[in-house]
Design a protein around this ligand. Structure first.
Ligand code: PEP
Ligand code: MN
Length: 352
């Protein structure tokens, strides 16, 4: 249930109403928008009559029922206003959100050694990236495949952060590793395979670092938003949704089907920022630039792109990784589309 307050509602009245809702066993969450204050009511609201609720105060403009099972993630929860997630990085704060410039996340699938992660960080930063990605704990289909270097790779990410000034995003697979990961990461990633690991979702929701929630490979949009709801309900308001391709029937030519239609669909459902990962979304480096450009044209708030200094030698996901040179060329291409979309902060340097 959403209670929309009239413009200019006195603070004391908002507090009084909130207190009254609390006495009814509801948890009012105050959202201060540009023009209005909205109270999101969480709890057993099914039997409440919106018309009756309006009688509580002359300052209540409207009371709306949220039809979706996801409440905190819903667009109504912010009264139709897109949300934003602001993340401090060594180079200054970066904001993910519909009214902000495109955010670029780049880096290798896995952190392999110090030289490669620092080199990649410095290269992608120079090209225009805001965040370095790189897995320390890797979810691999085969138990015999490279599993990531774990804790020691977290230290290498910290070194790359220091050397490049980039923010760090890295995946947590196990609740037991969360504190260590969150110490180094500016954004904690929950991977596609863990999208419905509810104990992990509750744990990342109970800590402060923003969460990058990838869509499960067979998850519906509703399931994905309910997974986000777990994190929001546990107290962490900073969730970014990332589409990374859904299970395809055509494994011969593409690894996944990148579902770019989620961008306009999610805009009607949620205030949460949206990222697109065309690397896992296609599985092949040669297709990544086209889908990255298409994602920007469709209005994505961020891109996550795998970049490796030597893709043929990568320990994971080499075939879908761009070289730093290709990433250098891609950023000015992205800037062209992003400028048209009003989503570019500064002119991208066109490299010779
Ligand atoms: C990754 O980002 O390297 C990764 C494993 O992604 P996903 O969870 O989307 O497969
Ligand atoms: Mn990968």
């Amino acid at each position: 249930m959403i209670v929309v307050m009239k413009v200019g509602s006195p603070e004391a009245e908002v507090t009084r109403i909130s207190e009254e809702f609390r006495q009814w066993g509801l948890e009012p969450e105050k959202i201060v928008g540009k023009h209005k204050v909205v109270l999101g009511l969480v709890g057993e609201t099914a039997t409440l009559d919106p018309l009756q609720l309006r009688e509580i105060s002359p300052w209540i403009e409207d009371v709306l029922r949220v039809e979706q099972p996801f409440k905190r993630a819903s667009l109504e929860y912010r009264h139709g206003e897109p949300g934003e997630v602001v993340i401090p990085t060594p180079s200054g704060p970066v904001t993910f959100g519909q009214h902000h410039p495109l955010v670029l996340i780049a880096g290798p699938c896995s952190v392999e050694n110090e030289a490669m992660i620092v080199e990649t960080a410095v290269r992608v930063k120079a090209a225009g990236a805001h965040f370095l990605r790189g897995g320390a704990y890797k979810p691999r289909t085969s138990p015999y495949a490279f599993q990531g270097h774990g804790e020691s790779a977290l230290e290498l990410l910290a070194a790359a952060r220091e050397a490049s000034g980039l923010g760090i995003i890295t995946e947590v697979m196990d609740t037991a590793d969360l504190d260590k990961v969150a110490e180094v990461a500016d954004i904690v990633q929950v991977g596609a395979r863990n999208m419905q690991n509810f104990s992990l979702l509750k744990k990342v929701g109970a800590q402060d670092k923003p969460v990058f929630l990838k869509r499960g490979m067979s998850a519906t949009i509703a399931e994905w938003l309910m997974a986000a709801e777990y994190i929001l309900a546990a107290g962490n308001p900073n969730v970014i949704l990332c589409e990374r391709g859904i299970r395809t029937h055509d494994r011969q030519y593409t690894r996944n089907t990148l579902d770019l239609s989620v961008i306009p669909v999610l805009r009607t459902l949620t205030h949460l920022p949206i990222a697109i990962d065309p690397s896992h979304g296609t599985g092949w480096a040669e297709y990544v630039p086209s889908m990255a450009l298409a994602a920007v044209a469709a209005g994505t708030d961020a891109l996550m792109i795998e970049v490796h200094p030597n893709p043929p030698k990568a320990l994971s996901d080499g075939p879908q990784s761009l070289t730093p040179e290709r990433f250098d060329r891609l950023v000015p291409e992205l800037s062209q589309i992003a400028k048209v979309m009003g989503r570019w902060a500064e002119p991208a340097t066109v490299l010779a």
